[in-house]
Design a binder for this molecule. Structure first.
Ligand SMILES: CNC(=O)c1c(C)[nH]c(/C=C2\C(=O)Nc3ccc(Cl)cc32)c1C
Length: 278
């Protein structure tokens, strides 16, 4: 029997996700805690709705310990709202963690940064390998889309929906935000590809070390120039040359010179530091 919103009780708000409201919910049958993301599809065209259904079906296929688990979806036709029911991540998102470091003027531990890099690379490998007949690109890797569970392990969230919702006319009109993590190829209106996810991963790792994105500018035109030049300050000297080298490799302007996810995972520097953690 299909699920209904009445099967759940809303017990709190976890935040405004990139493309919708996220609420903390409790399943009435067993008291288990989840999050649902509410998406208004009322202004979507028929083709956008079909794309949304296809992307949500794809979410169901993405099973990995470092990818936010998708559990179910509920459609309320009377309000044209789809509720996507997903794993609750008690640790919140990396955006909150970075802001906490800024307030406390305290850098993250290097071992923790390597752990985040390794776990996100494992999550992306699952997506970049041909899964369900095609590669799944995240398209929106950023601190607000990476979450921590109760044991401070990483969960990559908000998959795929970015493409649909970025096309959604109602969404496109309202989406605001500076594209700090946009790759040079995207700035040149070239095709988004796996190496674009690697660029965004590099921006995220840089920001975890530096507590600011690698490329900052007062407006999008100036930001585009900075990203295409690809110049940025080294991460703080508190972090090793190994980590600086890996981050710089991901932030290579030419996408074909950036590492693949397999090259990242098999790199001796990654193996050295991650082995240290295991
Ligand atoms: C202040 N908010 C939080 O600490 C927080 C917590 C405890 N959880 C979250 C967010 C999610 C969460 O817990 N599970 C999620 C699944 C998908 C998406 Cl897009 C977001 C989440 C957040 C933003």
């Amino acid at each position: 029997m299909p699920s209904s919103v009445d099967d759940y009780e809303v017990i709190g708000m976890v935040g405004k996700g990139s493309y919708g409201t996220c609420k903390k919910i409790k399943r009435k049958s067993d008291g288990k805690i989840f999050v649902w993301k509410e998406l208004d599809y009322g202004l979507m065209s028929e083709s956008e709705k079909h794309m949304l259904v296809a992307e949500v079906n794809l979410l169901r296929e993405l099973r990995h310990r470092h990818i936010v688990r998708y559990y179910d979806r509920v459609v309320n036709k009377s309000t044209a709202t789809i509720y996507i029911i997903m794993e609750h991540c008690e640790g919140g998102d990396l955006e909150r963690l970075i802001n906490k470091c800024k307030v406390n003027k305290k850098l993250l531990d290097e071992d923790f940064v390597w752990k985040i890099l390794h776990q996100l690379a494992l999550a992306l490998r699952t997506c970049h390998r041909c899964k369900v007949g095609r590669t799944v690109l995240h398209r929106d890797i950023k601190p607000a889309n990476v979450f921590l569970d109760s044991t401070n392990d990483v969960k990559l969230g908000d998959f795929g929906l970015s493409r649909i919702l970025a096309h959604d006319s109602s969404f496109a009109k309202t989406f605001v935000g500076t594209p700090y993590y946009m790759s040079p190829e995207q700035m040149n209106n070239e095709l988004y590809n796996e190496k674009s996810d690697i660029w965004s991963l590099g921006c995220l790792m840089y920001e975890l070390c530096m507590l600011t994105p690698p490329f900052l500018a007062p407006n999008q035109r100036a930001l585009k120039v900075k990203i295409q030049q690809g110049r940025y300050r080294r991460i703080p000297m508190a972090f090793s040359d190994d980590l600086n080298t890996i981050v710089s490799w991901m932030l290579t302007v030419q996408d074909n010179k950036r590492p693949s996810i397999e090259e990242l995972l098999n790199d001796s520097r990654m193996e050295r530091h991650v082995q240290k953690l295991d």
